[in-house]
Design a binder for this molecule. Structure first.
Ligand SMILES: NC(=O)c1ccc[n+]([C@@H]2O[C@H](COP(=O)([O-])OP(=O)(O)OC[C@H]3O[C@@H](n4cnc5c(N)ncnc54)[C@H](OP(=O)(O)O)[C@@H]3O)[C@@H](O)[C@H]2O)c1
Length: 209
């Protein structure tokens, strides 16, 4: 995990419980809150610059305005740690002016920006269309929700679909990474409903005949 916040910690627990070997990378791994979380969960929290080496896949779960810097730190001193790495981009490119909104969109996306910041990585957009509380085993009364994914590398997308499946998701492939232009606005519908209703237990499901 790149990121020690709500998403990083939730997905870390989910993948840990699913049997994966997980480490969380943060700027301040010795922060007391993280030390006690690590003791409680048994999941290591380590410096960002050490988290990618030896991993098979990396989750990017940072605040948008820190994402470029976090990627640079995670790429290591010579910038090569992310070469060929599956990077699961959970970020949403949010900013606040007069309202909370996407700061990238229509003919570009946060996912594509992440790929430009980490050009040798295999970026797959995923997990960005649901609140962190429902990222693990999204069983709702009407059935399981759908995880929308997008990425240029078919092999990387297969890895992410498998990992999402381990957490109880069925995935819908939105095509190449330009599909993030669709899934990031979808996240805004999720956020808009959360703000208006005060609830966070909703998720999207693609209904097919
Ligand atoms: N919350 C949700 O339900 C949800 C759902 C889907 C997608 N997302 C997206 O997922 C991302 C993470 O959300 P979150 O709720 O986990 O946020 P969060 O709890 O606020 O955590 C943000 C994380 O970003 C890290 N960060 C910020 N600037 C950084 C920098 N320059 N270098 C390294 N790390 C940096 C923070 O590190 P420090 O702890 O060191 O400050 C923290 O670990 C966001 O892009 C969000 O839009 C969130």
């Amino acid at each position: 995990m790149i990121g020690t916040g709500n998403v990083g910690r939730t997905l870390a627990r989910g993948f840990d419980e699913a049997g994966h070997d997980v480490r969380v990378g943060g700027r301040e791994p010795d922060r007391p809150e993280l030390v006690s979380w690590s003791a409680e969960t048994g999941i290591e929290v380590i410096p960002l610059g050490d988290v990618v080496a030896g991993s098979d896949a990396v989750v990017l779960a940072t605040a948008w305005d820190g994402t470029e810097e976090a990627l640079a730190a995670a790429a290591g001193p010579d910038g090569s740690a992310l070469d060929g790495m599956v990077v699961i981009d959970v970020t949403n490119p949010l900013g606040f002016t007069d309202r909370l909104q996407l700061v990238v969109g229509h003919d570009d996306s946060g996912g594509e920006q992440v790929q430009r910041w980490a050009p040798t990585a295999r970026v797959v957009k995923a997990f960005n269309t649901v609140g962190f509380e429902l990222m693990i085993r999204p069983d709702l009364p009407d059935g399981p929700a759908t995880m929308f994914i997008a990425g240029d590398d078919e092999g990387a997308k297969a890895v992410v679909a498998g990992l999402a499946g381990d957490l109880g998701w069925s995935t819908h492939d939105c095509g190449d990474l330009r599909g993030a232009r669709l899934t990031e606005p979808l996240a805004m519908i999720w956020i808009e409903h959360a703000i208006r209703s005060g609830e966070r237990g909703h998720a999207f499901r693609l209904l097919t005949p």
